[in-house]
Design a protein. Structure first.
Length: 294
């Protein structure tokens, strides 16, 4: 597996051992950064445009002005992926506020640092998609909008790290987090969908969750397939009583939750609607790999 790292301070892809940043970088010190995670399919970026739109929205939300154009970011990301020589890549794009004097005041920051990390895609084993995940609804809540807007994708990720830590300590493989009001919000690194009596539901963005790129894509694929998606408030007991539950993220795509809080979801197997969306998403990736969507 080859990993390459692009640093704006170097202006080219580097080997990991060469990719060094200052310990005074505010992303390192304070999580004062924004980022996006995406993948390639057949060497083509999957939804790069949407990821860049969200990157800029997140940056604007924390008052970070990105001095790099979208074409420059895309070109650096392409060069970094190409340098790995991997068939397909997992990609992380990061922009930190930069380095400067110690202190919280963002006026201490210098030039924002732009980073791309590209490595082999490394998808989860097929068997995991066939059996589904075990998940736990954790006690760690999403941060209130009045504290840190949960719709922004920032480097301040300790909330989700603690949620996943609690889930894995409870012998689950993934975490599902609630809003500050106790409604189902999202997974530690994913969005949540559920099926009940044939209806496809997902938590409303008003709940306070990240507007996932794959979440939006699944909603579009559903409509094209003749199935409406309802964005609603979902309470924990409603999720536990679902016929099917699945999570979505940019790298994993849709993946079923077949065990929730130690009990089977539905019959404990990957359900037919989840399988249908896995097929639709796979077909979409195949179209991307043919160069039809970039």
């Amino acid at each position: 597996m080859t990993i390459k790292v692009y640093l704006s301070t170097a202006g080219r892809p580097l080997d990991p051992k060469e990719a060094m940043i200052s310990v005074f970088d505010r992303g390192f010190l304070y999580g004062d950064s924004v980022y996006e995670t995406l993948r390639t399919a057949g060497g083509y970026f999957v939804e790069m445009r949407r990821h860049l739109v969200r990157l800029r929205r997140s940056a604007a939300g924390i008052g970070l002005e990105i001095p790099y154009s979208d074409p420059a970011i895309a070109a650096a990301t392409r060069a970094t992926c190409d340098a790995t020589e991997n068939a397909d890549c997992y990609v992380r794009i990061v922009v930190s506020r930069g380095t400067g004097e110690l202190g919280l005041d963002p006026r201490y920051a210098g030039v924002p640092l732009f980073v791309v990390i590209a490595k082999d895609l490394g998808l989860a084993p097929t068997a995991l998609y066939e059996r589904g995940l075990s998940a736990r609804i954790v006690d760690i809540r999403k941060i209130s909008r009045r504290s840190l807007d949960p719709t922004l994708k920032t480097g301040n990720y300790l909330n989700s790290i603690q949620a996943l830590r609690q889930a894995t300590e409870g012998a689950a493989e993934d975490a599902i987090m609630l809003s500050i009001d106790g409604a189902v919000a999202e997974g530690a690194t994913s969005n949540v969908f559920m099926v009940k009596d044939g209806a496809l539901l997902t938590p409303s963005l008003k709940t306070g969750l990240l507007s996932g790129i794959t979440r939006a894509l699944i909603c579009e694929l559903a409509l094209a397939d003749g199935r409406a998606v309802s964005e609603v408030t979902i309470w924990p007991d409603e999720l536990r009583a679902a016929d099917e539950v699945f999570l979505t993220s940019s790298v994993r795509g849709p993946i079923a939750v077949t065990t929730l809080d130690g009990a089977p979801v539905g019959d404990g197997l990957v359900g037919p609607i989840t399988r249908r969306f896995s097929e639709l998403y796979r077909a979409y990736l195949e179209a991307v790999a043919r160069g039809e969507h970039e």
